[in-house]
Design a protein around this ligand. Structure first.
Ligand SMILES: Cc1ncc(COP(=O)(O)O)c(C=O)c1O
Length: 375
């Protein structure tokens, strides 16, 4: 039997073997869309009114000519990103979501057949894409409070060609202490290594390392408009790096027209109104404090972890998890359910901070489920 399998494999062509390898890999599964649900599963920003985004989108749609390839719109968005970040355009690269920026970096300057290092749990897309491209990932576990030992991490990462630091981290929510992040970057920046700092949620946090990246060797900070700026559907992300890396990205690595004219125009106009967005960021931070406080007050083994992002990681425990999952389903609330998949933690979920009403619906759900368990 084994011989037959081996013979079959030998006769298979290269493509079939590669497809077989790919079929065995973990992949990102798009969440199912539940119509009419309270959507707290993907860390989008619902504190930003849909009418605000719709009005800006209509304005942008009226101003562009979709018969043309995007030219001016690319430059206009670069200018707006420079204004928002305070970083000159020559250090900024734009992509179709930060997903695409990561993909491009992994398939070009990171190089295949190499080694990456990341702490876990972290944004699974990064790990999945590495594995797809034949980059082995050395996974360094966070401790039970999701803290990282920077010295130990540096030691492990020093053997890698690519280092990934997600901060604030998805799914756990915490941002690395600035001094720890700087220590790791100081130690790890090199002519031979790419250091990726994924700051998809930095707009909700205390600091950004984007400016640092402009004067460092091969340190790239990844940002996005999908989260704080409420534009997940527009697919616009960006990176900040030194002039040489950003220049190579813009001139050669990135394809000529990676983002639609409409998305570019919408993104530039939303950035022009960043004061409005900043108000909703403040509202989300306020709600994050409130929801964290309420969850911590429930007792019954429900634990929320400190977050600097627009979501909370919650460990509900083995007894509460099933009743909570059922209560959420009954109430039409969708969160990212993770069960026992995070080593050492039982009954886990990640929940987006939404509007006050959305958050109240979620909290009531937890309260009902926990009361049922206690009865
Ligand atoms: C840490 C992190 N990085 C990147 C992304 C992808 O963002 P984008 O929508 O810009 O591709 C996400 C989305 O969930 C994320 O959580």
């Amino acid at each position: 039997m084994k011989k037959k399998e081996e013979e079959k494999k030998r006769r298979q062509g290269r493509i079939a073997r590669e497809l077989g390898r790919i079929a065995g890999l973990d992949r990102y599964v798009r969440p199912e869309k539940v119509r009419g649900a309270i959507k707290l599963d993907s860390n989008e920003n619902f504190a930003l009114d849909s009418s605000f985004i719709a009005e800006v989108a209509a304005l942008a749609a009226g101003a562009v000519d979709l018969r043309e390839y995007p030219l001016d719109e690319f430059d206009a968005l670069s200018r707006q990103l420079a204004l928002y970040t305070g970083i000159p355009e020559k250090y900024i690269g734009i992509g179709s979501g930060s997903d695409q920026v990561i993909e491009l970096l992994l398939t070009t300057i990171a190089g295949s057949g190499r080694r990456a290092c990341a702490f876990v749990p972290t944004f699974s897309y990064f790990i999945n894409r590495c594995e797809l491209h034949g980059i082995r990932v050395d996974k360094v576990p966070l401790d039970k409070n999701f803290e990282l030992d920077p010295k130990a991490f540096v030691k492990r990462a020093a053997r890698s060609d690519v280092v990934y630091l997600c901060s604030p981290n998805n799914p756990t929510g915490g941002q690395l202490a600035r001094k720890d992040a700087l220590y790791m970057i100081d130690e790890l920046e090199s002519d031979d290594r790419l250091v990726l700092v994924d700051e998809a949620y930095a707009d909700f946090a205390g600091y950004s390392l984007a400016k640092e990246a402009t004067r460092r060797r091969n340190v790239i900070v990844l940002r996005t408009l999908s989260k704080a700026f409420g534009l997940a559907g527009a697919r616009v992300g960006y990176m900040v790096a030194n002039e040489e890396v950003a220049g190579a990205f813009n001139s050669t690595i990135q394809s000529p027209y990676p983002i639609s004219t409409l998305s570019l125009a919408i993104a530039a106009r939303v950035l022009e109104r960043s004061e409005r967005v900043k108000k909703t960021i403040e509202a989300v931070r306020e709600e994050r404090r409130r929801v964290f406080g309420s969850l911590s007050g429930f007792g019954s083994g429900i634990k929320a972890y400190r977050s600097d992002a627009n979501f909370l990681f919650i460990e509900a425990g083995a007894r509460n998890y099933g009743p909570i999952v059922r209560e959420l389903a009954r109430s039409g609330i969708v969160v990212k359910l993770m069960g026992d998949s995070v080593a050492g933690h039982r009954g886990c979920m990640r929940v987006t901070i939404g509007t006050r009403e959305m958050n109240d619906a979620f909290l009531s759900c937890i309260e009902r489920a926990v009361a049922g368990v206690a009865r």
